[in-house]
Design a protein around this ligand. Structure first.
Ligand SMILES: NC(=O)c1ccc[n+]([C@@H]2O[C@H](COP(=O)([O-])OP(=O)(O)OC[C@H]3O[C@@H](n4cnc5c(N)ncnc54)[C@H](OP(=O)(O)O)[C@@H]3O)[C@@H](O)[C@H]2O)c1
Length: 276
């Protein structure tokens, strides 16, 4: 996400991109020192321990990176007088609803990653006087591991294997696939608007993993049969919400231009990967 965001923001702002090799957000002193030397007007806090499975088995590291990290960034934003945007997740919800989650809905994470991100939200609310928490979901983009690229790789391998498939993909989890290129443009808009509080921001439309995979192979022209299966076909340590579609009641009342349908993001992503 950070790579795409830096590229988009660089068109109109002076941008300093930092990563784990520059400082660890779990280290309060290093974080305070780095932010003070950059002296930013705006901080977009994206750094996180995002491996949902490993978060279940490495609780201390997950809490340090995701919750304490957000606490340190929020304190540094306060001291720098900076406006803080914190990227959070649909996994703060339990997934029991069957209609889109809005900003007013109760949080109730069902995995440790979601819990640590929720603690991160609370620290941001408490410590950063000017902040915006942006909950998003199911990210894909040209930099970093993501579901879309995994499907391209697996579907291509299935096609080349002697029995030829099918590829089995989970069809009982529904969310909003979101393209980092579009989300970056959305975050740039939010910085201009200077909104405060909590908002939900994703590409428009929703899908199951099976539906998303179907569109991936169709657009990429990979002739691979895809079979819908239940989550139990792929047991995981971390529970995932069955339904985590996000919508925004907050952005509706602003000048914010909504993000395009996820299918457009998928096209752009595959084009950048040379697959269209
Ligand atoms: N991916 C999704 O589907 C999704 C959905 C909803 C919300 N989000 C949120 O969106 C944000 C960006 O996600 P992403 O998918 O772009 O994540 P990502 O690909 O895992 O990137 C996270 C970046 O943060 C760095 N980092 C990790 N721990 C750090 C630490 N303690 N101090 C400093 N830097 C650290 C990582 O460095 P290394 O690469 O060196 O580890 C990596 O560059 C995260 O806050 C995530 O919680 C993601």
């Amino acid at each position: 996400m950070g790579t795409d965001l830096c590229e988009v923001l660089a068109a109109g702002h002076e941008v300093t991109g930092v990563d784990l090799e520059d400082f660890n957000v779990a280290d309060a002193g290093a974080t305070a020192g780095a932010i003070a030397s950059i002296d930013p007007e705006v901080i977009v806090h994206l750094a996180a321990f995002t491996d949902v499975e490993t978060c279940e088995t490495q609780h201390p590291k997950a809490f340090e990176y995701n919750a304490v990290g957000a606490m340190n960034i929020a304190g540094a934003a306060r001291d720098a007088g900076a406006y803080l945007i914190f990227l959070s997740t649909d996994y703060v919800f339990n997934g029991k609803k069957r209609e889109p989650y809005t900003e007013e809905d109760e949080t109730d994470p069902i995995n440790y990653y979601g819990l640590t991100k929720l603690h991160g939200e609370h620290y941001v609310q408490k410590l950063a006087p000017r902040h915006l928490i942006v909950r998003t979901s199911w990210l894909f983009g040209p930099n970093g591991r993501n579901f879309v690229d995994t499907i391209v790789k697996k579907a291509s391998a299935v096609m080349e294997s002697p029995d030829g498939g099918p590829l089995r993909v989970i069809n009982d989890q529904r969310g909003c696939p979101t393209y980092t290129g579009h989300l970056s443009v959305g975050l740039a808009q939010l910085i201009e608007l200077g909104l405060e509080g909590t908002v939900h921001l994703t590409n428009s439309g929703d899908a199951t993993w099976f539906e998303l995979a179907g569109e991936v192979v169709r657009l990429a022209g990979i002739e691979c049969d895809i079979e819908p299966v239940l989550s139990e076909a792929y047991p995981t340590v971390a529970a995932r919400p069955a339904y985590s579609v996000l919508s925004s009641s907050v952005l509706k009342d602003t000048d914010f231009r909504p993000l395009p349908p996820w299918q457009e993001g998928l096209r752009d992503h595959l084009q950048r990967k040379g697959l269209l």
